[in-house]
Design a protein around this ligand. Structure first.
Ligand code: GUN
Length: 286
């Protein structure tokens, strides 16, 4: 093993402790306790666990957390009406509608119904657009977590080549924009990129967010590169693994995130950070 392990669990714990302190200070100064409402539609077991973990972490940070469970057959209109009520509720600073939604509900329609100032997921087109144009926005939690880890590890991004593998709206595209904002030269590639290994090999920083178990091999990694693995998959043996073949890549990379214990814990930590920021910027706070 030559690579330094980037300990997402430890970095997330320090972000969470920081949020807890800032929340306590905000509450002492203004009497406002940040409030997060998470909406879960249907019975997806993985979503249920994610949502429970988000609620628990919020409470630990001093954030008032509410969970609203709706049955899978909830009409779209009912969910949109609920979002409108939460938008109008001054005690709710952050709204998160857990994805995926049942097929009969339009995800984009629901995301666009959330007030951009309460969109702690950073998924609303207003926030996505501001990430592109440089305005104040909520950053999507996973890319925000990636940047926070890179900062924590003091990884120099200016002038470096960052290769992002994956082009989702939730991870790949926003991660690329954030790296660009830090003056990295950014390449976004994906499953149809010709000769993907050669492109990945040019990366000083590699962000893997394709959702395919251990697709990125050690031989694709430039020696000394910083490898951030966003994947959360099961390999053929049923073991939890990332998008990067960790055992190979750790012999080549300069630093690497493990799965689990890398990017995963950062996502919740940044959700808490966004909820604090939403409460800080709430309407009427000046
Ligand atoms: N489903 C999986 N990850 C997420 C997330 O970060 N936010 C929401 N709203 N749904 C998700």
């Amino acid at each position: 093993m030559s690579a330094k392990l980037i300990d997402g669990k430890a970095i997330a714990a320090s972000v969470r402790a920081g949020v807890r302190e800032k929340v306590a200070e905000l509450t002492a100064r203004t009497g406002v306790r940040p409030g997060l409402t998470v909406v879960l539609v249907g019975e997806d077991p993985a979503s249920r666990i994610y949502v429970r973990n988000k609620g628990k972490a919020a409470e630990e940070a001093g954030i008032v957390s509410h969970q609203i469970d709706l049955p899978a057959f909830t009409p779209e209109k009912e969910l949109l009406d609920l979002v409108a009520r939460l938008n109008a509720d001054d005690a709710v600073h952050g709204i998160l509608v857990q994805l995926p939604l049942p097929g009969h509900i339009g995800e984009a329609k629901v995301i666009e119904a959330i007030a951009p100032g309460k969109d702690v997921d950073g998924f609303h087109p207003m926030n996505a657009g501001r990430l592109f144009t440089g305005g104040v926005s909520f950053l999507p939690c996973t890319p925000y977590g990636i940047l926070t880890m890179l900062d924590h590890e003091k990884v120099e991004l200016k002038g470096k080549h960052a290769v992002v593998v994956g082009r989702s709206n939730i991870v790949g595209k926003p991660a690329a924009m954030l790296l660009l904002s830090r003056h990295a030269t950014v390449t976004i590639c994906h499953s149809r990129t010709v000769d993907l290994p050669s492109v990945v090999r040019t990366g000083d920083v590699v962000v893997a967010a394709v959702g395919r178990a251990e697709m990125i091999r050690g031989s694709w990694i430039r020696p000394g590169a910083v490898v951030i693995d966003v994947g959360m998959n099961r390999n053929a043996g049923g073991k939890l693994c990332g998008d990067v073949a960790f055992d190979e890549a750790k012999e080549v990379a300069g630093a690497i995130t493990p799965v689990p214990g890398g990017v995963g814990p950062m996502t919740i930590a940044m959700l808490l950070q966004n909820t604090y920021e939403a409460a800080l910027r709430r309407p009427g706070s000046g």
